[in-house]
Design a protein around this ligand. Structure first.
Ligand SMILES: [Fe+2]
Length: 234
C-alpha cells in the first residue's frame, strides 16, 4: 500500500491510499488532481472518507463519488468497525475526539493520517471543549512507533513552528526540521513531533519548567497539556 499527498485550497492536505488496482480517498478535496492520478495509475477508487466532517475536508466528496464508482464510508461506521481494507490490507481507524467529536485518524504500515487532530508543531484546535478527552486521544497516538510518519490535514508547519520557537527559543530541533521542510511533501515522524511540538511535551521536565517560569498551570499532566495548548494557540 502506498500513500499520495494532495494539496488543495490554501493549506489543506488530502490523501490517496492505493495498491495495484484500488484506492481510497481521505479528505479528497483535490478532486481534479486525484481523478487525474487515478487515471494515470490505472486505479479504481473504492472508497471516499474523511478525518472529520469540517467542510474544508469534505468538500471533494460529492464530486469524487459522482465521477467514480466509489462508496462513501461514514465516520460513525468506521469507528464501530475499527478498520477497513484495501486489497486485503488493513487500515486501522482510531477515534480521536478533541478537534471535533467525530475526528478519526487512519493508520497503516507506519503511516498515520492525522487530520486536524495532530499537526507538525501543534495539536489541533479543541472545538469540543473537552481538553481531558482530547489529551486521551493524543495519548493514543503517542504509543505508536516513534518512526511512524505523520501526515496531517493542513500545512501549518511554518506558523506552528514559529510559535513553538517562541515558546522554546533554544530548541535546535525546530531549525533542523525547518531546513528539511518541503511544501511538496509535508510530513513529520512521531520522533520529530516529540522534539519540536510543545503540545506533546506535557510530561517533559523542560516544558514544565517553562510553564513554571511563565506562571502557568503545571501541577498535573492535564494542567500542563491545557497550558501548552493555550500557549501554542496564541
Ligand atoms: Fe477541522
Amino acid at each position: 500500500m502506498k500513500l499520495k499527498q494532495f494539496r488543495y485550497s490554501e493549506d489543506n492536505l488530502g490523501y490517496l491510499i492505493y495498491g495495484e488496482k484500488f484506492a481510497a480517498a481521505i479528505d479528497g478535496g483535490a478532486v481534479k488532481n486525484i481523478v487525474f492520478f487515478l487515471k494515470n495509475h490505472n486505479l479504481e477508487l473504492r472508497y471516499v472518507m474523511n478525518t472529520h466532517t469540517h467542510p474544508d475536508h469534505t468538500v471533494g466528496n460529492r464530486a469524487l463519488l459522482d465521477s467514480t464508482a466509489a462508496e462513501y464510508l461514514e465516520i460513525a461506521d468506521l469507528i464501530k468497525k475499527g478498520s477497513f481494507e484495501v486489497e486485503g490490507n488493513q487500515i486501522r481507524v482510531y477515534h480521536t475526539p478533541g478537534h471535533t467529536y467525530d475526528s478519526v485518524v487512519y493508520y497503516f504500515k507506519n503511516i498515520l493520517i492525522s487530520g486536524d487532530t495532530l499537526f507538525t508543531g501543534k495539536a489541533g484546535r479543541c472545538f469540543t471543549g473537552d481538553l481531558e478527552g482530547f489529551l486521551q486521544s493524543i495519548k493514543l497516538l503517542l504509543v505508536l512507533p516513534r518512526d511512524s510518519l505523520i501526515y496531517a490535514g493542513h500545512d501549518y508547519v511554518k506558523e506552528y513552528l514559529e510559535t513553538a520557537k517562541s515558546i522554546e527559543p533554544d530548541n535546535i530541533h525546530i531549525d533542523g526540521f525547518l531546513k528539511n521542510y518541503d511544501p511538496e511533501h509535508v510530513f513529520s515522524t512521531l520522533e520529530d513531533e516529540l522534539k519540536i511540538n510543545p503540545t506533546l511535551r506535557f510530561s517533559d521536565e523542560k516544558m514544565i519548567s517553562i510553564l513554571r517560569e511563565r506562571g502557568l498551570m503545571h501541577d498535573t499532566e492535564l494542567d500542563c497539556w491545557k497550558s501548552l495548548l493555550g500557549l501554542a494557540q496564541k
